[in-house]
Design a protein around this ligand. Structure first.
Ligand SMILES: [Cu+2]
Length: 365
């Protein structure tokens, strides 16, 4: 069935009650199994699983501070693989796999020439082996070969960040498509020795596809589907693991003050689909194409490909108030599969740049 915007879903569930929810989902099989399923946050009749965490979507403003040192350093970093059940959208649960319990995993930020001493831990109680492949690493598997660990194990690697750029990291076990689809990807930002231009705000999103055994919007517990993955036919596509997370129907729009210069990082975990990355009502004023932070940035690019396995960075200016919708311009993914994040530029109308009501008869926007 078609995905309903969350606001409609929530209103509908409130009005219609659980029977309505089951009918909405159209999932009689799951409804029949509901009695043996632990109550989920929403409708247990839908077959949704109980959640381990209320939220898996990383806060896009959670970006490490810029590099402010000018000599090589060593960074001791520990990451833990966490397998958690959470909601893709209300009433729809999924078994995520993550670095540190969030999608995307935390951004690692270093300076070119720095050394990273990284410990990866896979806690007791995990179901799967995991590892980590950094695209900022010279070495077998980008570190994956030496960090493949079973539940209860840990491994440490040390590497020098010899080349700059914004790069992805991801789990790279044999079923890597499943692990990445389930959330195991992030970004390592290796700043050039002279750093990056100062901006007012930085945001960090991760795009990926969720391949499940149910229809988009169908209530209940969605399991990974290798068939959907082989067809490259995702059930959901999301920023940070949850459908429409950064909209008024999710955790809210991301607030921006008018006039701020905002640098946005997009880590495309994939595992399969390129993003046609676009900011509706704006332009990538300076685009660090493919995460190349050394060449001069491209200017005033409307839409740019961000391939799976890439972290691209771009800067926007915000001269007028109102929403800026961050999308993949393959727009069915936006309208029907969950891939939308909204920045909310707060400020005064700036009619010299944009006047939504030049006749002045509607009171403006
Ligand atoms: Cu993994």
């Amino acid at each position: 069935m078609a995905l309903l915007p969350n606001i409609e879903r929530r209103s509908f569930l409130k009005v219609a009650g659980l029977g309505g929810a089951a009918a909405l989902a159209g999932c009689t099989e799951d409804s029949a199994n509901a009695a043996s399923t632990t109550a989920a946050q929403t409708s247990d009749e839908s077959g949704a699983a109980s959640v381990d965490v209320d939220r898996v979507a990383a806060d896009p403003t959670d970006v490490p501070d810029p590099v402010d040192w000018n000599q090589p350093r060593t960074h001791d970093i520990t990451m833990e693989t966490k397998e958690v059940t959470a909601e893709i959208e209300p009433g729809v649960t999924f078994d995520y796999m993550t670095f540190d319990g969030r999608v995307p995993g935390p951004m690692v930020r270093v300076r070119r020439g720095d050394t990273v001493n990284l410990t990866l831990r896979n806690p007791e109680g995990s179901d799967m082996p995991h590892n980590i492949d950094f695209h900022a690493v010279y070495g077998p598997g980008g570190g994956a070969n030496a960090t493949t660990i079973a539940p209860g194990e840990e491994a440490t690697i040390e590497f020098k960040a010899t080349y700059p750029g914004s790069h992805i990291y991801h789990c790279a076990v044999p079923n890597m498509d499943q692990h990445i689809s389930a959330g195991m990807f992030g970004a390592i930002l290796v700043e050039p020795k002279d750093g990056l231009p100062e901006v007012d705000k930085e945001l960090y999103f991760g795009q990926h596809e969720l391949y499940t055994d149910k229809e988009t919007g169908e209530e209940g517990h969605h399991k990974w589907s290798v068939e959907a993955a082989k067809s490259e036919d995702p059930t959901y596509m999301a920023f940070n693991g949850e459908a429409y997370a950064f909209t008024e129907d999710g955790y809210g729009r991301v607030p921006i003050e008018q006039g701020e210069t905002v640098r946005v990082f997009l880590s495309n975990g994939g595992p399969n689909l390129s993003s046609s990355w676009h900011a509706i009502g704006n332009v990538w004023d300076r685009l660090y194409r493919d995460g190349d932070l050394v060449s001069d940035p491209a200017r005033f690019v409307e839409t740019t490909p961000v391939e799976p396995g890439t972290v691209t960075a771009a800067e926007i200016e915000t001269p007028v108030p109102g929403p800026i919708k961050i999308v993949d311009h393959s727009l069915t993914r936006v309208a029907r599969k969950g891939l939308l994040g909204v920045l909310d530029v707060q400020g005064e109308q700036n009619p010299e740049i944009y006047d939504p009501d030049p006749d002045g008869d509607s009171g403006g926007e």
